[in-house]
Structure formats: structure tokens, C-alpha cells
Design a protein around this ligand. Structure first.
Ligand code: NAD
Length: 257
């Protein structure tokens, strides 16, 4: 088992990437704290893990709030005695997020508060606990749009994911000597609720698929597998970097027929 005796806290674990990661980490021996804003979804994931003989507890938190982030990491330490892995994965893509002309200030603020400030607060409160536990791994979910922008404009989302990539590098350097590795995962377009509710017509989906060399959307479990690698000792010399899990979209200059 790749995460035996490790305690992992995953935000946004009620759905999509977070949900798949929680189930996978538990199968690999981790004690998992399932964090989500959505109590029903999060509880369901923790229940599912426990009924498969895994160890998991749900804790409700809004990652954009200082007190909630402090409480969620304290909950992990109190419940399982340590914290080794933090997966800052919760994120939103708002339907009213568009180009700079149509996006209103409140959408910018909400998006930045969850996607960028949420990562900052997670790290702020988890790092002392991970240090106390002898070190560990922090994984931040960014996006391929951090590198190329989005074809369908979503200015706040794109900016928030750029912030996650740059924050990851700075954090990694500062904490490298403390045995805390910090990396980002940059997923491409995935077959999850978050993106499919945005690409809500066949036409929009087709337009996005044209740019993906592999010719399909990714699956949340493919990102979870990458998160497991970054959480485990197999990535012991990897810090301050980002892994694109994107079907080749960022490499595509000319898309093959
Ligand atoms: P999802 O919508 O399926 O899951 C996100 C989860 O986060 C939900 O359960 C939601 O309740 C929770 N959440 C939202 N706001 C929260 C908050 N303030 N506090 C705590 N929990 C909150 O989405 P997903 O596709 O699994 O996305 C996970 C991450 O991957 C996000 O950061 C997203 O930006 C990123 N991402 C997704 C895609 C994609 O195509 N789906 C591509 C690139 C990056």
C-alpha cells in the first residue's frame, strides 16, 4: 500500500477529482479527511470508504474562510493524530465568469477566494501540522488554463489557476528543507460535473474536443492517480513543479486529424 499510516486531507472531496482521490487514497491505506462545502455529498464519500473497510471522516468546511481552514486541519490532527498529505483541490468555475468586459467584480472575488485564497489558507494552517508529523506532501489543483488561458473566456478562473501555479513554486522552495514537498496538478478538460455543466451542448463539447490530441475528455480517476503519485514516496525528489494531465492539449500546436 502506497499511503500506509498516512493521514490525508482532501478538499472538494464530495465530487469529481476529490472524490476519486479520497476513494483511491483510502484503498492505498491512508486515513482520509473528506472535506467539502456540500455536506451530503461529502458524507456519502466518507460512508462509501468506510463500507469498503477504509478509514475516512467527513468534515464540512468552506476553503475560502480562514476559520474553516484552521478548523479542518485541526480536525484531521485530532481525529487521526497527524497530517501528512494536504490535497488543496476544491475549486469553482462560475457560469458568469467571462471576458474582462462582462465579468463583474463579485464573480472575480468569489472565484479568487475559493480557488486561490483557499490554497493559501490550506497551506497556511496545514504546514505547521505536516511539519509536526515529520513532513509530507501538498498537492494543489491548478489547470492547464494557467499556461494558455481558456478558449472560452473565464478571466477570474484563469487568473486564479495561474496564482495556484506560482504560489506552489514559492511554497515549495520555502519549505523544501522541512521535508514538505509541494506540487501542482494541471488537469485538462475532464468529464466531470464542473466542466460538463459549462460545456452544456453537444456543439460546445465538440468545439473543445477539437483541441485535444487524444480526442476525448479526461476522467477524474486519471487525475486522482497522479495525485496518488505526488502524495506517495514514489515522488520523493519532486517539488515545486506542475504535472499536466491534459491529453496533450498544451502540447498541441497542430491537432492531428
Ligand atoms: P467538481 O465540481 O466535481 O468538485 C468540486 C468540489 O468542490 C465539489 O464537491 C464542491 O462542493 C466543492 N467545493 C466548491 N467550493 C468549495 C468551497 N468553497 N469549500 C469547500 N469545497 C468546495 O469539480 P472537479 O472537476 O472535480 O474539480 C476539482 C478541481 O479541479 C477544481 O479545483 C477545478 O478547478 C480543477 N479542474 C477541473 C477541470 C475539469 O475539467 N473538471 C479541469 C482543470 C482543473
Amino acid at each position: 500500500m502506497r499511503l500506509r499510516n498516512k493521514v490525508a486531507l482532501i478538499t472538494g472531496a464530495g465530487s469529481g477529482i476529490g472524490r476519486e482521490s479520497a476513494v483511491l487514497f483510502a484503498k492505498e491505506g491512508a486515513k482520509v479527511v473528506v472535506v467539502d462545502l456540500d455536506e451530503q455529498a461529502g458524507k456519502q464519500v466518507a460512508d462509501e470508504i468506510r463500507s469498503a473497510e477504509g478509514q475516512a471522516l467527513f468534515h464540512r468546511a468552506d476553503v475560502s474562510l480562514n476559520e474553516d481552514c484552521k478548523r479542518m486541519v485541526d480536525f484531521a490532527e485530532k481525529s487521526f493524530g497527524a497530517l501528512h498529505v494536504l490535497f488543496n483541490n476544491a475549486g469553482i468555475m462560475h457560469h458568469e465568469d467571462g471576458d474582462s468586459q462582462e465579468t463583474v467584480e463579485s464573480i472575480w472575488d468569489t472565484t479568487m477566494n475559493v480557488n486561490a485564497k483557499g490554497v493559501f489558507l490550506g497551506c497556511k494552517f496545514a504546514i505547521p501540522l505536516i511539519r509536526r508529523s515529520g513532513g509530507g506532501s501538498i498537492i494543489n489543483t491548478a489547470s492547464f488554463v494557467a499556461f494558455m488561458g481558456a478558449a472560452t473566456p473565464q478571466i477570474a478562473y484563469t487568473a486564479s489557476k495561474g496564482a495556484v501555479v506560482s504560489m506552489t513554486k514559492e511554497l515549495a522552495v520555502i519549505h523544501a528543507k522541512e521535508n514538505i514537498r509541494i506540487n501542482a496538478i494541471c488537469p485538462g478538460p475532464l468529464q466531470t460535473e464542473l466542466l460538463m455543466s459549462y460545456l452544456n451542448t453537444q456543439e460546445k463539447r465538440k468545439r473543445r474536443l477539437v483541441h485535444i490530441p487524444m480526442g476525448r475528455f479526461g476522467e477524474a480517476r486519471e487525475v486522482a492517480a497522479t495525485a496518488l503519485f505526488l502524495a506517495s514516496e514514489e515522488s520523493s525528489y519532486i517539488t515545486g513543479t506542475e504535472i499536466l494531465v491534459d491529453g496533450g492539449i498544451t502540447a498541441a500546436y497542430v491537432t492531428p486529424e
